[in-house]
Design a protein around this ligand. Sequence first.
Ligand code: EPU
Length: 418
Amino acid sequence: MASFRIRGGRPLEGRVAVQGSKNSALAILTAAALAVDGETTLENVPQYTDVLDLCQILRDLGAEVVWRAPGTLTVRGEGVSKSEAPYDLAKKLRGSTYIVGLLLARLGEARVAVPGGCNIGTRPIDFHLKGFRTLGAEVEVEHGQILARAQRLRGQKFFVDRSSVGTTINMMITASLAEGTTVLENAALEPEIVDLANFLGKLGVKVRGAGTPNIRIEGARRLTGQRHEIIPDRVVAGTYLMAGAITGGRVEVQQVIPEHLRTVGLKLSEAGAEIVEKEDSMGICSPRRLRGVDVQTGPHPGFATDLQQPFLTLMTLAEGVSVIQETVHDNRFGFVNELQRMGTNIRVDRDTAIVRGVEALTGAPVEAAELRGGVSLVLAGLAARGTTLVQGTHFIDRGYSNLEQTLQELGADIQRVE
Ligand code: EPU
C-alpha cells in the first residue's frame, strides 16, 4: 500500500491551477451518455480515480469514452446497450447511482450495484429510489444490486428530502428523457447542479430554476452531444487554501470561481487569514497562528461539508477553541482518531467536535480511511514537526490528482512511497 511521507514545517508559497470539479464531472459524464446523436466534448475533466472508474463503467455499458488530451474527454452515448453495470466498479463509487438514472432513461432497465463511496456515514440511497419510483419505475434492491425497470418514465412533482445533491442530480438525469415535465422541490443549490443544468440545456433539455430550490425539467425525445467545460473543483481549491493557511504560508488558487468559495473565504478571514479575491483566483496569506472559529456545515451556500475536515485540521493549531458541527453526513469525524496521534486536542460528541488549539503537532504514522479525512491528515503532516507517514493514498487519489507534485511545487517536502 502506498503512503505519503511528509517532512513538515515548511510554509507553502506559490500558485496552483485547480482542475475541474469531481462531483460535477461524475454527473455530467453520465448525462453525456443520454445523447444518442453526435458527440460530447468535455473540457476541464479531472483525472481523479473516481472519474476514471466512471469512464470505465460507461465504456462497459457500450458508450464510447475517449481521452483526447489531459482534461479533454469525448463521449458518444449511441452505443449504450447493456443494462447491467460491472458490479465491482459500480459498488466503489457513490456517483454510480447516476448510472441507474441514465439506464432507466435510455433503456428502461438498470442493474447497478448499491454504491459504496467514502466511509463518512451510513449514506442510504432511499431518496434516489423514491425518485425513480415517482417517475414510474419499479425498483428493488436484491443481492447487492439496484434493479429498476420502467416501461415509460413520466414527469412528476418530487420533493427532494434534505436537499440531497445526488438525488437532485439523479432526478435531473432521469427526467431528461421522461415524458412531460418534472418539478423538483427543495432541490439542492450546489454549483454542480447549475453546471449539470447548463450542460443538459445544451443537449436539448429545457431546465429552469437550477440554483434555486425549484427546478423544472421538460423531458426531450432525443438529445445531441455538445461541448462543455466543467466548473473548477471548489473543494480542491479550498483544500490548497487551507494547506497554505496551516503552514503559515501564502498560496493562490487559480482558475476558480471565487463565489463558490465565498463561505470558506469568510471563515478563513474570521480566523485571521488575509484573503484576496480576484476575478478567477483566490489567495491566502496566513499568520503563524490563526484564531479558533466555529463552523457549522450545511447545504450550499453554507459551509461545504467536504471542507469540514480540512478546516477542523486547521483549527487544531489555532489559538483558542473552535466548535465544528457536521450537519450533512453522520460520521465525518472518524479521522480525528488519527489526528490524535499527532498531538491534537479534540473531543467529539455526536455531530460536534470541540477543538482546542495546540502550539504544535508532531509527525506520526497515520492511516487514511476516506478521501477528505485522508487529505486532512496530509495537511496536518505539512504543519507538523518531524515526519508523518499517511497510509492509504488511493483514498486521496479519488479526488486529488498529483497531490504530492502540486504540494512540492508549493515548497512542501512530500513524497509518495511504497
Ligand atoms: N441521504 C439519504 N438518503 C439518500 C440520499 C442522501 O439519507 O437517498 C442523506 C445522506 O446520507 C446525507 C444527506 O442526505 O446525510 C445529504 O446527502 P447528499 O445526497 O446531498 O450527498 P451525496 O449526493 O451522496 C454529494 C457529494 C459528496 C458531498 C455531498 C454533500 C458526490 C458524488 N458526492 O454526495 O461529496 O459531501 O453531496 O454536499 O457528488 C466528497 O466529494 O468528498 C463527497 C463526499
